[in-house]
Design a protein around this ligand. Sequence first.
Ligand code: URA
Length: 264
Amino acid sequence: MSPPDAGARALARVFLEQTLSAEGNALMLEDATREEVVRRLAAAGRAARAGAVTPSGGRTSSDAMATGPKIAEAPNLETLAALVASCSRCTLHESRKNPVFGEGAADARVVCVGEAPGAREDETGRPFVGRAGHLLDRLLMSIGLPRTSVYICNVLKSRPPRNRDPLPEEVSACAPYLLRQLALIEPEVIIAFGAFAARTLLETKSALGRLRGTVHRYSGYPVVATYHPAALLRNPGWIRPTWEDLQIARRMLDGVGDREARIG
Ligand code: URA
């Protein structure tokens, strides 16, 4: 069987060390720690067993897991994009036409994060180029940000078939790419477009209506959550609150602090 991932191994080591220092009395361990170790090891074992051979031709899931550290150490966006192009950490690479890594200035002050590529994006390999993308461009212009001045990407780098909602395992497989993108770009503000991006970044199940209108933090970066442009096409009444959210991002860029930037 393939070895579990490095994170699970590290947790297991802590668990065993604590158990030894407690002379076998595992009751001295924090329950949460123990649960986490068991959960992570079980997940790593399941993934290793499930992926002995993939339908796409022989890459094993342990190969896929081995790319984990490579992602976190990618020295620049080009290297990271190449890792995405050859990625098989989930099954979406089998149905996609093109990976959609993201695009924009490597030193952008703003990173816009959407959900996942749609049909146009899958065709072209570029994020937000369909109808929702055109609206996104106009929204950004309304706060003085031409598309070329920001970085645009998605939580998922491959299109889910028929635009279905991303699955949790797809999000976990793809999240390290987004993390590394953000770490390389070091934006001043992240704008999460739509409930999916907001909930993923903020690790919450809260409704977007509760998340918008204020400034959150993700890995130290300020996050402004707002409606997805595709949702605005269906609900034009949400354009006004979206514009107000974007004003928060604008104020942050203009040097106003989190508290003063938020609405109300
Ligand atoms: N919707 C998204 O969330 N991302 C895209 O790139 C296009 C549409």
